[in-house]
Design a protein around this ligand. Structure first.
Ligand SMILES: [Zn+2]
Length: 192
């Protein structure tokens, strides 16, 4: 089951969007921000952003989530149309409690991947099925994916989504997140 639940205009500091919510089987309150008219379009810029409370809201420097979110919103505000899908799956799907626990392990010298393993949790349990439903809902023909994460490209291709371009979302490494970004590059294959 996947239906439009509600939508409303959402003016932001970066530009004007329409925010959509959908009822879905996961019962998670994901948000979809739409710029302009996307229905039935080709080459729709698409950002799939997984929730990071510490980064998105508190501007934590332990990761680059805040930078990526802001850059994506700025980019979308600068073009005629596009979509940002905000998935409420904190900490690559492990939840806030486990994410903070993993942070404490990282302070003992584990990297972000080893910490999840030490907690007996999958390295990445994010689920992108909601994304496919959203793309179908808007009858999107092809997308330009705003991401550095090869897993997302593979997933979308596997699901038959036509990804015609990659829009890099690069952030300036800071001393606080240099090791984290390096780990994502080396261990998770991110193009950063
Ligand atoms: Zn983050």
């Amino acid at each position: 089951m996947f239906n439009l639940y509600s939508k409303a205009s959402l003016p932001t500091a970066y530009g004007d969007f329409t925010i959509y919510t959908f009822s879905n089987d996961e019962k998670k309150d994901h948000a979809v921000l739409v710029r302009g008219e996307v229905k039935g379009k080709e080459g729709v810029p698409l950002r799939i952003h997984s929730e990071c409370l510490t980064g998105d809201v508190f501007s934590s420097l332990r990761c680059d989530c805040h930078d990526q979110l802001v850059q994506s919103l700025k980019y979308l505000a600068s073009v005629d149309f596009g979509i940002l899908i905000y998935l409420r799956q904190e900490g690559r799907g492990i939840g806030l409690l486990n994410k903070i626990k993993a942070y404490s392990l990282q302070e003992e010298g584990y990297d972000t991947v080893e910490a999840n393993v030490a907690l007996g949790l999958p390295i990445d349990q994010r689920d992108y099925s909601f994304v496919i439903n959203v793309l179908n809902y808007f009858e999107i023909k092809s997308v330009k994916l705003m991401s550095n994460n090869p897993t997302k490209f593979d997933y979308l291709k596997e699901k038959g989504v036509n990804v015609i371009e990659r829009i890099p979302v690069l952030s300036e490494p800071r001393p606080e997140d240099k090791f984290y970004l390096e780990t994502k590059k080396v261990r998770l294959g991110h193009k950063i």
